[in-house]
Design a protein around this ligand. Sequence first.
Ligand SMILES: Nc1ncnc2c1ncn2[C@@H]1O[C@H](COP(=O)(O)OP(=O)(O)OP(=O)(O)O)[C@@H](O)[C@H]1O
Ligand SMILES: [Mg+2]
Length: 270
Amino acid sequence: MIQLHKVSVQFGTFTALHPTSLAFVPGQFTVLLGASGAGKSTLLRSLNLLAQPSAGHITVDGIGKLDSARRVHEHRKRTGMIFQQHQLIGRQSVLANVLLGRIGYHPAWRTLFPLPRHERRTALECLARIGLLHKALERVDCLSGGQQQRVGIARALAQQPRLILADEPVASLDPASARQVLEQLHRFCREDGITTVVSLHQVDLAREYADRIIGLSNGRIVFDSTSDALTPDKASALYEHPATAADSIHATPAEPSMFSSQFATAKESP
Ligand SMILES: Nc1ncnc2c1ncn2[C@@H]1O[C@H](COP(=O)(O)OP(=O)(O)OP(=O)(O)O)[C@@H](O)[C@H]1O
Ligand SMILES: [Mg+2]
């Protein structure tokens, strides 16, 4: 669905993501794991060019190479972003926030006026799917953290996305709410065939929900396989000192070859 071709990201002289080639297939639920500073957010944000690649390029099925403002707009319109801190407008209603997901489908001038009735219906349907229809007219800042994050999911769903990018969506939530949020994300990924990429710090949740886990260390991919293949040793190696993590993980036998063909993944050698 989306492919990175030798994409790297620099901040000044610092390389946050070393040249990386990856492919994400439709409907796959991928979790990014790794210690703080490993490059999870950078990789995630490069997928909709919020982090600009310094080299390499990205292609998206049905759009092509993301090398023009028009193609980037087309891609972002169908890409839902979910953030740790929700990025909702607290003093506005839940419904108004979900409607923001529809704005990309209208010219800028159109957004000065209330969106058409069918758009409100779409937003209400998304709220019904996440179980918060009864909160539609409440102010967002009156909702719990878990409910706010689910409004963030409804806003992303309202975009009718092909891709959802969620950067630590459950980091500020209690365990029960975290599970509920991941459960819902996972369900919509399955039901709608949405390619979903989520960064997490909880290895147990990653194992439970991910079809595929990508482990990062020091701006490089050091693990890329199914959640079953992430043994406790490999998982703890991801959180070792960045200089040693890559060695510990590569020291283990190679993953089954079916994996690379299943996910059509090509990794750069570190
Ligand atoms: N805008 C920026 N300017 C300069 N350096 C940055 C910028 N964004 C990220 N970095 C650096 O790039 C590296 C990777 O950062 P990134 O945010 O991708 O890590 P992360 O794996 O998401 O960490 P965390 O788990 O703490 O969110 C870090 O060393 C970080 O300091
Ligand atoms: Mg991050």
